[in-house]
Design a protein around this ligand. Structure first.
Ligand SMILES: *[C@@H]1O[C@H](CO)[C@@H](O)[C@H](O)[C@H]1NC(C)=O
Ligand SMILES: *[C@@H]1O[C@H](CO)[C@@H](O)[C@H](O)[C@H]1NC(C)=O
Ligand SMILES: *[C@@H]1O[C@H](CO)[C@@H](O)[C@H](O)[C@H]1NC(C)=O
Ligand SMILES: *[C@@H]1O[C@H](CO)[C@@H](O)[C@H](O)[C@H]1NC(C)=O
Ligand SMILES: *[C@@H]1O[C@H](CO)[C@@H](O)[C@H](O)[C@H]1NC(C)=O
Ligand SMILES: CC(=O)N[C@H]1CO[C@H](CO)[C@@H](O)[C@@H]1O
Length: 593
């Protein structure tokens, strides 16, 4: 081929080169930023920059078209910096990105986790028994239900006292050890359920704790106040090799066997893992291992045994089943609703609009209920681990930035913290999440409104404060001292959206989870990246093993620090010297507080 180009006439040569480049381009897949609809949206930003939300909000037809409801969830995105025209341009972008086909590929079990040749089927984890979802040529739903049935039976036995600890006592406490997706998702759901009346009634005095960090301080806190005789430990690790989880598991195994003898381990520890060999080697009966599959990514695993086992132990399987049903309702909506009425699709498109066109890289998640305090940390992982990528799915470096910076706190706490920056500093699009009926209503005599209404007054007020702002003229008419006017001015035009849920029970929590999961997938599908791998977490891990080897060699053999750069050498040397008095031999003493 190259020889033929060289021998061709100059003009022909150019044509051939152009053809080769074009062919290469097609093979590598077109970047979304090269499409007409992307450019069209870029040009459209100028028009939007001429608008202000306080004007856009006066157009009732526009606002009406930006509200929708599905299965009790009400979405209002009229405070986006968008017009009806923007929305239609975004829908065209979705078409050009082949969003529909990509969603179908996910539901059809195609290997969309292409860098690792895997399907992405967390939707199968909450499918009803009679559905068929194929992964690698077989229906995976029966496997899913086999594990769910096993969890139901096991959690029933522990809860009703027919499975007891080594000394015959009922196991009323559970510590689940896992990190990343095996921690944040289940913790989010647990925190949200804790104060739901139905869930807390079925928890009936039981305790559930999640241990993640390899910091021994966390071990101390997690075992504090618990008796090994009444504690069941669930070890969650797909490969049973995750460094942090396995060290914590060995530490709690020591806690149990030093109190109750080594034979107690099999009564007090169970596993969520696929590596039955290592489970058995560890001392856990492989019959007490609960499986999940290669097509479940860590951050999408809360609906697998990873979340379902600890949550069923705490709340009973029927409560957790409701949670799965809520997620299923959104899965079906996401798969079948037309894009203009599809909540996760619209939210995903709006995120792309903010990040890639308006240049707002961050997003605040602001639930007006303390029960959702772990929503933002969970979504932070789902979103930032999924979409924080630098190349397209075909390996081409992106000429734009993908991913978004997620953070958040429940209102009204956030209002006394970072809202200052959101109102008068940087523009940070906000997700306001409100609940119609509180999990724990309180209404005091002599108060103007009940406590939940007080909370929700803020939920309704904040989006307008952000959108409308306050002008110098308004301030002058209020006779504000002139030197204070600039300080009290709010520029407004700050976008937000409002999601209103009828209540916060297990079903609604499942819906909320699935809305965010799918929204994040939509963003990745549009950007043309692989939202389902996470190579970015590997480098730090491998450098840590080099440090681990060094710490061992220095402490045991007095070797000096070598092979690191100047800065790390200094830091490590200082660390080793200053901690020369820590015990150099292992002790079986566990931390105590
Ligand atoms: C991907 O997986 C499928 C089946 O799981 C297998 O047939 C195929 O050879 C794999 N492709 C690569 C590139 O490894
Ligand atoms: C406890 O639950 C198990 C599993 O569902 C069941 O087989 C057993 O009969 C129950 N025992 C009692 C005492 O309720
Ligand atoms: C258990 O450890 C986790 C993190 O590893 C921590 O977030 C949690 O607060 C601890 N639990 C208790 C009860 O202290
Ligand atoms: C994609 O594959 C990798 C490697 O097996 C896995 O770590 C990741 O969790 C997968 N992602 C999903 C969403 O299944
Ligand atoms: C885009 O803005 C809306 C609110 O206007 C917000 O809800 C959404 O999360 C934002 N997305 C991003 C990625 O900033
Ligand atoms: C001089 C030297 O040792 N440089 C090292 C600094 O750290 C990086 C990351 O571990 C190494 O790649 C360098 O070789």
């Amino acid at each position: 081929m190259p020889r033929r180009i060289i021998s061709a006439k100059p003009k022909l040569r150019l044509i051939i080169i152009f053809f080769i480049i074009h062919l290469h381009h097609l093979q590598m897949g077109t970047l979304i930023s090269d499409t007409a609809s992307w450019k069209n949206l870029k040009d459209h930003v100028g028009e939007i920059d001429k608008t202000h939300l306080c004007d856009l909000m006066t157009d009732t037809d526009r606002c009406k078209s930006m509200m929708l409801e599905f299965d009790g969830i009400f979405l209002d995105y009229s405070r986006q910096r968008t017009t009806v025209d923007t929305m239609s341009k975004l829908l065209t972008l979705a078409k050009e990105a082949r969003l529909k086909q990509k969603i179908d590929s996910m539901f059809n079990g195609e290997h969309i986790n292409s860098t690792e040749n895997r399907s992405v089927l967390h939707v199968a984890l909450r499918a009803s028994k009679d559905t068929t979802i194929n992964g690698d040529g077989k229906n995976v739903v029966p496997d899913v239900w086999q594990v769910l049935d096993k969890i139901q039976e096991f959690s029933d036995k522990v809860r009703n006292g027919s499975w007891v600890g080594a000394t015959g006592k009922v196991l009323t406490n559970v510590i689940a050890i896992g990190i990343g997706g095996s921690f944040l998702g289940p913790l989010f759901v647990h925190t949200a359920l804790q104060t739901d009346p139905a869930a807390s009634k079925s928890a009936g005095g039981r305790q559930l704790r999640f241990l993640a960090n390899v910091d021994p301080v966390d071990v101390a806190r997690n075992i504090s106040g618990l008796n090994p005789e009444t504690t069941l430990v669930v070890v969650v690790s797909k490969t049973f090799t995750t460094a942090e989880t396995m060290l914590n598991a060995r530490t709690l195994r020591e806690w149990i066997s030093s109190a109750l003898g080594p034979q107690a381990v099999s009564k007090h520890m169970v596993a969520v893992s696929t590596n039955l060999k290592l489970v058995e080697k560890f001392g856990i009966d492989p019959n007490n291992a609960f499986a999940f599959w290669d097509w479940v990514g860590g951050r999408y695993s809360v609906c697998s045994a990873v979340g379902v086992l600890p949550l069923s132990l705490q709340y009973g399987f029927p409560v957790v089943e409701k949670f799965l049903e809520g997620a299923r309702s959104i899965d079906q909506h996401f798969h079948s609703a037309p894009f203009e009425n599809n909540i996760p699709v619209l939210l995903g498109l709006l995120s792309v609009w903010n990040v890639s066109f308006l240049g707002y890289p961050a997003r605040a998640i602001l639930p007006y209920t303390q029960a959702l305090e772990k929503l933002a940390p969970h979504i932070q992982q789902v979103s930032m681990e999924s979409n924080g990528k630098g190349v397209s799915i075909d390996g081409v470096r992106l000429p734009f930035e993908a991913g978004e910076i997620d953070f958040g706190e429940p209102g009204t706490n956030g209002q006394h913290s970072f809202y200052q920056l959101i109102h008068q500093g940087r523009v940070i699009p906000c997700d306001f999440i409100g609940i119609v009926k509180s999990q724990q209503p309180v209404y005091l005599r002599d108060e103007v409104v009940n406590n939940h209404d007080e909370l929700m007054s803020n939920f309704f007020a904040q989006p307008d404060a952000l959108a409308y702002g306050k002008t110098p003229e308004q301030l002058q008419s209020e006779n504000i001292a002139p030197h204070l006017v600039p300080h009290k001015t709010f520029t407004g035009n700050r976008p937000s959206l409002s999601l209103l849920l009828p209540s916060l029970d297990a079903y609604r929590i499942g819906q909320l989870l699935a809305i965010y999961e799918h929204r994040i997938a939509v963003e990745g599908f549009i950007w043309g990246i692989n939202s389902f791998d996470q190579w970015g977490v590997e480098l730090g891990k491998s450098l840590a093993s080099q440090v681990r080897r060094q710490l061992h060699a220095s402490r045991k053999k007095g070797e000096s620090v070598q092979g690191f750069n100047f800065s790390t050498t200094k830091l490590l040397t200082r660390y080793l010297e200053a901690s020369a008095d820590v015990p150099s031999e292992p002790t079986t003493l566990l931390p105590k507080i």
